[in-house]
Design a protein around this ligand. Structure first.
Ligand SMILES: *Cc1c(COP(=O)(O)O)cnc(C)c1O
Length: 232
């Protein structure tokens, strides 16, 4: 595909998705509630990602450490979040660039992030990823173990939990979006020390309007914005 064509394509997709987000917000949410439109950049060339930024995207979602490193110098200014599976030995490569690491699901990873955050002199904001459907194939902490993980993570000095992230099961999606909202509100009501529930990251290309209905504050959009990928 020629770059010029993909720019027009991204322009059109951006406008359509932006309007759908606004409509879903107007329908389901209070006027003062914000929903962040994140662009998920995996496999997408930096020039095309930048075009999304020119359109109004302010937050990028990165899945792969190496791919991010090869692209980051070419990005226009944007807030970067890590949303993919993160190995403990790769934390050191991304710690300085990430405003938020969304995919933390175990204490070992949290402790490693804490250690590197201390080293570089920052408090690293994170989300805990929840495997809301308890699917064997997916990462994320099971809902039953969430509170105990939060209790452990809350003791770490150099990370700050800002909320929860999830990828719900493909079928019966709405049931799990609803379950996730209940879990988020339940944790929120417990007012755990050093744990904030400000961000509920859920909703992707296929379910973001529904996710907004169930309280999402950040939708992660890849293929609907940039087109189909060859790999996930
Ligand atoms: C790829 C990915 C997305 C975006 O998926 P689309 O269906 O293409 O919008 C969102 N979140 C995570 C964690 C992803 O890996």
């Amino acid at each position: 595909m020629l770059m010029q064509n993909s720019f027009t394509y991204v322009d059109e997709n951006y406008k359509r998705i932006y309007n759908c987000i606004e409509e879903a917000k107007a329908k389901y949410r209070k006027p003062d509630e914000n929903v962040t439109f994140m662009a998920v950049t995996k496999t997408v060339a930096p020039e095309v990602v930048n075009h999304a930024i020119f359109n109004g995207i302010k937050v990028l979602g990165e899945n792969r450490v190496q791919e991010f490193q090869s692209k980051k110098d070419f990005y226009e200014p944007a807030e970067i979040h890590f949303i993919g599976h993160l190995q403990t030995n790769k934390v050191k490569y991304i710690i300085e660039d990430m405003a938020l690491i969304q995919s933390v699901d175990n204490l070992k990873l949290a402790s490693e992030i804490d250690r590197h955050a201390k080293r570089v002199g920052k408090i690293q904001n994170i989300l805990i990823e929840v495997n809301i459907g308890d699917e064997i194939s997916k990462s994320g902490i099971s809902p039953e173990c969430l509170e105990s993980l939060l209790a452990d993570v809350s003791k770490l000095q150099n990370i700050h939990v800002k909320g929860l992230m999830t990828i719900p099961p493909a079928g019966e999606n709405e049931k799990f979006l609803c379950k996730m909202q209940e879990l988020y509100l339940d944790i929120s009501s417990k007012n755990i020390d050093n744990i904030d529930m400000e961000i509920l990251s859920m909703g992707m290309s296929g379910d973001y309007e529904k996710a907004i209905k169930y309280g999402s504050t950040l939708v992660r959009i890849g293929s609907a914005l940039f087109g189909a990928r060859n790999y996930k």
